[in-house]
Design a protein around this ligand. Structure first.
Ligand code: FUB
Length: 336
């Protein structure tokens, strides 16, 4: 049974989505993608409606539910990235040795998603992009977990996110094609679903430090979730650690849920546990989870303020609670 909780719209001044949230220097920083509306917002299954051309950094002065939200302005623009094509989707930022590294997906000039890295001296940016994308990078939606001095990137997304075009980190077709549910490379029925990926980053934070590995989500019998399971991975990976366990959380895309699975190892496998958030207004659902002063918070988005336009999303936050066994208590996505 999903429970209704108090939620806060964080930034009514503009449409932003996909919040990646971290605490740096004792302050909460939000790294969202920046939704745009223009005459080319045409909704389709390959995500062409998600036109994003820059990133802003937001911070919260105080607590998530009532602290003042500050817009630090534009931190990175598409036209400042040498290899740019289009679509700056979900990014994430991590700190190492006093520098801040923003990892972002963007289509190159051949319409293929690659990962970029941009560097700043402080968490609000501005971020200066590297001249080339990360070698061997592909697909979308990166989230960086710092764990015991190492940094790990979780990434991947189906359909327009192009993950189905790769097997064992090698392209098996032109990723710019077949990026809809009709792709011949998507599994169906009881075939194993396509996994997210995890990769340790290089010491200089600029490259993959190893070959990306699949993040397998299994049921209570150890069987990988099937392609037709409404709880299978689609996009929006986010991993956090609590009480020695790793919580791998993600969006199920076309079944519109935020779900989670728990494991003992950063690489998985993760055992499916349940739903974090039931469907919200709008097609996408995407999130991050942080601990702040002993409480846990879910940052996410919905399209209610834009009247349901899937490409105009608004940032939200609410408290997230766990039961005594560490299970997440499911939150109702619709507020009214
Ligand atoms: O914001 C563009 C895309 O929509 C993201 O990369 C997905 O996770 C979905 O939220």
């Amino acid at each position: 049974m999903a429970k209704k909780v108090v939620k806060r719209y964080l930034f009514p001044e503009d449409y932003m989505a996909d919040p990646s949230v971290h605490v740096f220097n004792g302050k909460i920083y939000i790294y969202p993608s920046h939704d745009w509306e223009d005459s080319t917002n045409v909704e389709d299954d390959s995500g062409d409606q998600y036109i994003m051309k820059d990133y802003h950094v937001l911070s919260i002065e105080g607590d998530p539910m009532d602290g003042k939200v500050v817009d630090h302005g534009c931190a990175l623009r598409q036209e400042d990235i040498a290899w740019h094509g289009r679509q700056l989707w979900d990014c994430d930022v991590q700190e190492k040795d006093g520098k801040y590294y923003m990892f972002f997906p963007m289509k190159d000039k051949n319409e293929v998603f690659r990962h970029g890295v941009a560097i700043a001296d402080n968490p609000a940016g501005p971020f200066i992009p590297q001249p080339e994308p990360v070698h061997g990078s592909y697909s979308i939606d990166m989230a960086i977990l710092k764990d015991e001095g190492e940094y790990y990137m979780y990434f991947g997304g189906l359909w327009g996110g192009q993950l189905q075009s790769y097997r064992d980190n090698v392209g098996i077709e032109d990723p710019a094609k077949n990026n809809t549910p009709d792709s011949p490379n998507l599994p169906h029925g009881d075939q194993p679903s396509l996994p997210s990926r995890v990769v340790k980053l290089s010491k200089d934070m600029l490259q993959f430090g190893e070959e990306p590995k699949p993040v397998v989500v299994v049921d209570e019998n150890g069987k990988p979730l099937a392609a037709d399971d409404p709880h299978r991975f689609f996009e929006a990976s986010w991993t956090f650690k609590k009480d020695g366990k790793y919580y791998f959380t993600y969006s199920t895309g076309d079944s519109h849920l935020l779900c989670y699975a728990v494991g003992d190892n950063i690489y998985g496998p993760f055992t499916y546990k349940g739903v974090i958030l039931t469907p919200v207004v709008g097609w996408t659902t995407h999130h991050s989870i942080i601990e702040w002063k002993g409480k846990w918070y879910l940052f996410h988005h919905d399209s209610a303020p834009s009247g349901g336009k899937s490409w105009l999303r608004s940032l939200k936050v609410c408290e997230l609670t766990f039961d005594a066994d560490g299970n997440i208590e499911t939150i109702e996505g619709i507020d009214e």
